[in-house]
Design a protein around this ligand. Sequence first.
Ligand code: ADP
Length: 651
Amino acid sequence: MAPLIDIRNVSKTYVTGTFRVEALKEVSIRINAGELVALVGPSGSGKSTLLHIMGFLDRPDAGEYFFAGHPTASLGEGRLAAIRSRMVGFIFQSFHLLKRTSAKDNVMLPMVYTGLGTNSQKALDCLKLVGLADRVKHRSNELSGGQCQRVAIARALVNDPLVVMADEPTGNLDAVSRQEVMQVIRDLNARGLTVVIVTHDDEISAMTHRVVRLKDGAIVSDETRVPETAVAAAAANLPPARMSFSPSEFLEQLKVAFKAIWSHKMRSCLTILGIFIGVGAIISLMTISEGFMKSLLSGSSEDDAKKVWVTPAWEHGRTPRRFVMGDVEAIKAQAPLAEKVTPILARDLKISAGDKHISSGVQSREGFDLAEQKPRDKFFENRKMTGRFFTKEENLAKARVAVLNRTLAKKLFESGGALNEEIRINGISFTVVGVAEDQKAEQIFGGRPTAYIPLNTAAKRVFGANRLDYIEVTAPTPADAPEARRQIIMALRAQRGTREGAEDDFDVKTFEAQIEMFKSTMGKLSLVVYSIAGISLLVGGIGIMNIMLVSVTERTREIGLRKALGARNMDILSQFLIEAVVLCVIGGALGVGLGFGLGWAAYFFIKVPPTLSTGTISFAFGFSTLIGVGFGFWPALRAAMLDPIEALRYE
Ligand code: ADP
């Protein structure tokens, strides 16, 4: 049967700039299963290079390597990772234990990369085998050097390897620990384990059965001290490459990600700041505008949707032509869908009460129809009132009665008791008969002080002109509003004698058009906020990439170790991707909180409760994940592509 390790004419040359080092020159060596072999020689003689090639951490430039009878030259990265994972155990001079991690978790690490699930009992058995049953929960920084190395030996054993490769395993230990560790290795060998040790310590090599001496990249002697007693032949199939991810690996990766983030709290916080602010800005805008839409639509009844407003055209840059009662009559006569036509007079005037003078809007209304028990226009129907609205009769009698909105009432009479008080509009005294709650829109945009007085009173007594400011028309149903609008335009053009093709000197808007206008204003505002948020997210993403690159560099040796224990490139890639995504998702989650918080802060100014929909939340998380993957990919790829032995040697 074939020897376990059969190396034939293997060469390895390192090129550094113009400098070439032939680390191995056509070396051939066979090692059988069950042997305990020491590779010795002066520093730089090629011992480590040979060991790394034997352990599949490095590939030869030339020559052949048969492992357990199989040629290995054409094996891909995945197969090599599988062999490292399940057939080879490594022990290093500097232990390479994971920091701040318990002995047991360190020993369990190689199981993550087998894809066969983890088994903590097996880890405990291995720790017992190296005499550390009582140190299971100790962390690497709570163990002595000798104990650390014994943990590393247990870790090398946990996947039942065919061979253990040890690179100067006692190099960092004191004399007592050296003896202990060597005794453990000899015991394991006595149980049938094949061990290859690189050492320059004669005392150590004296404890092995076979000493292979190297010099300048070549084997100069090979002595077997003890007759080959139990030289078992090796026969094993090489494991296939692992194709999938196991749940235990995913859990381990999540654990590692959280640990890495947690152990650099400050750094992580600063890193996610950009994502936090970017997502926060987007979410606050989304919640506020969604809240706006919701409250606008809920605050507007079907009556609003039926309304059509006729206003002077302001945009032509000249004094707008105001409406006269003739226009109202024309609409009434020629627009059949104009069910209710309400002329409105409005001015900005000073209103006084006692020594208080408030400049306010004064609007006129036709008044309450006592017969119908309803206001003549629907303006006040949905509004809470204290007191009453003025009547149709008061309108006809040009009575000096007024209804104030809440904002004006508060400004004039701080105590709030405005009812039956006297006020002066334009020097003419009025009696306050009612106070109306602010309209929904006033509540949203901040109420403007407004007084409502009868139309006739306004026209004849206050404004001194019967020119109307605008006309409110109500269509029979919301669906009729656009047609009513068309009819009103026709009627007004005819009434005013507008020539064919000439522009209208008035505007007619439906409720729907108002909502559309609001939406488009909102859209423009969103564009600004989204671009700011976009820049913040971009900066945040670059921050993530930057910190991930730092993290990869800091953990280069850990990456090397994981690869030596059988991690595939994919395992490393996904580990760093997961870390980037976890960072971003934390930033995103906090950002959602910030956005919602800002939404509530805005509530105090605009009185619209923010709305957080599941769509918004999933958008935030989807977006954060995307940023994590997008900006984490390059650092993760750099980590995945690291050469295992280069990574292990990284200082
Ligand atoms: P030993 O383990 O016997 O001390 P090594 O196998 O580590 O020797 O190294 C053999 C030779 O190859 C040395 O001269 C060393 O400088 C060189 N060498 C090893 N690794 C590298 C590398 N990654 N790049 C360049 N030269 C290297």
